[in-house]
Design a protein around this ligand. Structure first.
Ligand SMILES: NC(=O)C1=CN([C@@H]2O[C@H](COP(=O)(O)OP(=O)(O)OC[C@H]3O[C@@H](n4cnc5c(N)ncnc54)[C@H](O)[C@@H]3O)[C@@H](O)[C@H]2O)C=CC1
Ligand SMILES: NCC(=O)COP(=O)(O)O
Length: 333
């Protein structure tokens, strides 16, 4: 039976997305179709010294994993992409590609979507009103309670930030016990569904240094986070905390839990990117379709220089296929 492809979005065409997709294909990931433009990819491949056949297909059911060429569904860039120089004129094409990819997965034409990095500031300038893919895809999907959540995963760690792209000054007033409860329910359900982990242990970070030092360095740990943990534990959800975030990420601590729920972006993204900068994968939890992504950004400083590493995109493609296979077997039960 023909394999349903993964659909890959171009991301910002001035970034490293196309380069890492060419390299992922060259490295044996042949089960995806990318939304982009054949002449541009051929020209980029030639500049980068990557020799692979590239063909256009007009619909996803024409995909053949054994055809020996990178398969591309065409998009028309408003202006010719220049490496390292994002152009606001291409923003509508970038956004439409994300929307189209989500539709392909929701309709079953693609098994999952993998997004290449977008330049958030460029899209904001063009009027994009969502903080990032996670929230945008959430708006296109029916959602589990507490969704969408952003989970970053590598072989040694899984983390979820409770708040994502908001200013640090807004974190403390934003977090609530209900958000923590919903997030832990969704993480537990997702780890069971996606990875078969029954009763996963979720370690919840405090917000303040030393998890508030019993209320003397901030009140949120005792007044917001601890009550949520007590509620979850009363429901027999395997949650501990609030933990001091600074002692939660060394190897011995990591061996004690399945995932960490942090209160804000950098609290949990710094540890995972330090542990595995090139191999991490971003997974959106709680959507009605599968979406993963490399955990890095557009890499404008290295675009077009042939030095971008495809590891994270390769890991994202493998994770997406793993999730699609698991979902199919869950559905068949
Ligand atoms: N999922 C997404 O769409 C994401 C988008 N971004 C966007 O990316 C843009 C740039 O963000 P930065 O913070 O500079 O992060 P970045 O990840 O693009 O770059 C940080 C550093 O890591 C290097 N790097 C990144 N990916 C690499 C790879 N595959 N191989 C080798 N080196 C690599 C870059 O050259 C740079 O020195 C921003 O506009 C941000 O919004 C950032 C993270 C995720
Ligand atoms: N820092 C992670 C990040 O920016 C990913 O955001 P998203 O675009 O996947 O929502």
């Amino acid at each position: 039976m023909a394999q349903t492809p993964i659909i890959v979005t171009p991301g910002d065409p001035a970034g490293i997305g196309a380069e890492i997709a060419l390299k992922a294909w060259q490295n044996g990931c042949k089960d995806f179709v990318i939304l982009d433009n054949v002449p541009r990819l051929e020209s980029l491949a030639s500049t980068l010294g990557i020799e692979i056949p590239i063909i256009s297909i007009s619909q996803l059911d024409a995909f053949s994993p054994d055809c020996g060429a990178l398969q591309v569904m065409p998009v028309s860039w408003a202006v010719s992409p220049q490496a390292g120089k994002p152009d606001i004129a291409n923003a509508p094409v970038v956004i439409q590609a994300i929307k189209d990819a989500a539709t392909y997965v929701q309709s079953g034409q693609a098994a999952a979507m993998v997004t290449n990095p977008i330049a958030k500031a460029t899209l904001y300038e063009a009027g994009f009103t969502y903080p990032g893919h996670t929230e945008f895809l959430g708006s296109l999907s029916s959602l589990d309670k507490g969704a969408p959540l952003m989970m970053l995963a590598c072989d040694q760690l899984r983390v979820v930030p409770l708040t994502i792209h908001i200013p640090l000054t807004e974190v403390a007033p934003t977090i609530t016990s209900a958000m923590i409860i919903d997030a832990c329910h969704l993480i537990a359900k997702s780890l069971h569904r996606l990875e078969g982990i029954k009763d996963p242990h979720i370690a919840v970070c405090g917000l303040n240094p030393h998890a508030g030092e019993q209320g003397s360095i901030g009140q949120e740990d005792e007044k917001v986070i601890a009550p949520a943990i007590a509620t979850l534990r009363a429901e027999n959800i395997n949650v501990t905390g609030p933990h001091s975030a600074d002692t939660l990420f060394h190897a011995e601590a990591r061996a004690t839990y399945d995932a960490v729920l942090g209160m804000y972006h950098d609290q949990v993204l710094i540890p995972i990117k330090t542990i595995d900068f090139y191999g991490g994968v971003n997974i959106t939890l709680g959507l009605d379709f599968i979406r993963t992504s490399p955990d890095h950004g557009t890499g404008f400083d290295i675009a077009g220089k042939a030095i971008a590493r495809p590891d994270s995109l390769i890991a994202a493609l493998k994770q997406a296929r793993h999730m699609a296979t698991r979902q199919a077997s869950n559905n068949a039960r």
